[in-house]
Design a protein around this ligand. Sequence first.
Ligand code: AKG
Length: 270
Amino acid sequence: VIPTIDLEEVNDQILNQNIRQASEKWGCFTVINHGVSLSLMAEMKKTVRDLHERPHEMKVRNTDVLLGSGYKPQSELNPFYESFGLFDMASPQAVNNFCDQLDASADQREIVLKYAKATDDLARNLARRLAESYGVVEQHFLRGWPSHFRMNKYHFKPEAVGKLGVRLHTDPGFLTILQGDEDVGGLEAMDNSSGSFFPINTLPNTLLVNLGDMATIWSNGRLCNVKHRVQCKEAKMRITIATFLLGPVDRDLEAPDEFVDAEHPRLYKP
Ligand code: AKG
């Protein structure tokens, strides 16, 4: 099973090394004592569940800001998956705009604002710790790196059992924070060395961290962009919430010099 990392570890060096080792070997790990409160996680889950009850005409108001960033209805290609999307979730204006589109109540708005800030902060904190673990000190690291929010609903009906809710993929961004579904499993990750799949189950009060393509590029191949998919195991609605720390929008991402030497030539050309 993938490592569980306690973010209340008081020794920064130990904590950073734990994050680095899990990110290199697995590309994913579970975090506990992550600073996102249990009540906020539960309130956000409920909010996502409720927003998914909105009528179709309202859901489609959640339009793309960037290609594919907005609402994704169930489709022929992805018949069991539906998702809201919110680009640039660290911007209160972007969150408010999303909440306007879906006629969110004042309470729901506050919950989405709080949760978006908490998980975006967590993603950035973990990315900074990873950089520190390699001795990479960049003044403007993460500046101009937006985050993208996805609120997923899986329509797992009897006919879905044994089929895929989300195909095998790697996340394109740097790092993802996922609030999984405690009741309905189905997320599986691929072990890089053997190619076999293992289930990732969600324990209460934990969050899952995945490394994406940008992390592999940034680290000159050191960090593992974990391949994962969602299988329908049982006919039960499944809700998950993902925070994607993307990469730089206005420039190419290049591996810092710390990752490049004679034995580790540059793998990716910007
Ligand atoms: C993704 O959003 O990239 C996922 O893989 C979702 C995983 C899940 O819903 O458990």
